[in-house]
Design a protein around this ligand. Structure first.
Ligand SMILES: Cc1cc2nc3c(=O)[nH]c(=O)nc-3n(C[C@H](O)[C@H](O)[C@H](O)COP(=O)(O)O)c2cc1C
Length: 196
């Protein structure tokens, strides 16, 4: 593997090296406006059958953090009513983590004649991965997070109000304050098919 990486253009190494870091461990500075533009361009470079652009990103402005915290609190209580106020507090706190927080909103056209829904979801995932990789290339760490609260009607209505869209989660990006903990990667899966 090491020789293969050495023969590559750095992309493989970046992919293999990429690690998520919890949003609470990400601090300022985050990406500036031109870096953010680059990240969104990286997202737009993902494979996209039929050019449907099935994903958009919404940056949470600093001014919106308090409202997001309130939404996280209410959504957590709605989704896990048996949990106490500690959970709601913890979820609310997450709205203040990471200097750059991007809501990921997917628009999947179930009736598209060219690209079925699963292909569009693949595009969404590839776009997110491109953002994560590009963020690391710029010297940041990043992570996509969701949690049960994201499935709440409240959060869905806030970020995907038309009903034809779906809030997937949030990409947090920032400067790392810690190293990600070691993690064994799954080796992946490759079989061979010879026609029988
Ligand atoms: C759509 C999506 C949502 C995720 N939501 C969470 C989450 O809420 N909390 C969490 O700990 N990990 C979540 N993960 C997994 C992490 O983003 C991350 O991939 C995982 O911790 C593995 O770490 P690594 O990226 O360094 O391999 C999510 C992944 C995806 C694709």
């Amino acid at each position: 593997m090491a020789e293969l990486v050495a023969g590559g253009k750095g992309v493989i190494e970046a992919i293999l090296r990429r690690r998520s870091l919890a949003p609470r461990k990400l601090v300022a500075p985050g990406p500036d406006a031109s870096q953010l533009e680059l990240l969104i361009s990286a997202a737009a470079a993902a494979p996209d059958h039929g050019r449907l652009h099935p994903v958009r990103f919404v940056q949470i402005a600093d001014a919106g953090r308090a409202t997001l915290a309130q939404l996280f609190r209410q959504a957590a209580s709605q989704m896990e009513p048996q949990a106490g106020p500690e959970l709601a507090d913890r979820e609310a706190e997450k709205a203040h983590h990471a200097p750059c927080l991007l809501a990921v909103v997917a628009r999947i056209d179930d009736a598209n004649p060219v690209a079925p829904a699963h292909e569009q979801w693949i595009s969404v995932g590839a776009a997110v991965q491109n953002v994560l990789l590009a963020a690391e290339d710029l010297g940041f760490r990043a992570m996509i997070v969701s949690g049960r609260k994201v499935q709440s009607r409240l959060l869905q209505a806030a970020f995907a109000p038309t009903g034809s869209e779906h809030l997937v989660g949030f990409v947090a990006i920032g400067t790392p304050t810690a190293e990600p903990s070691p993690r064994d990667r799954h080796p992946g899966s490759l079989a061979h098919w010879s026609g029988t």
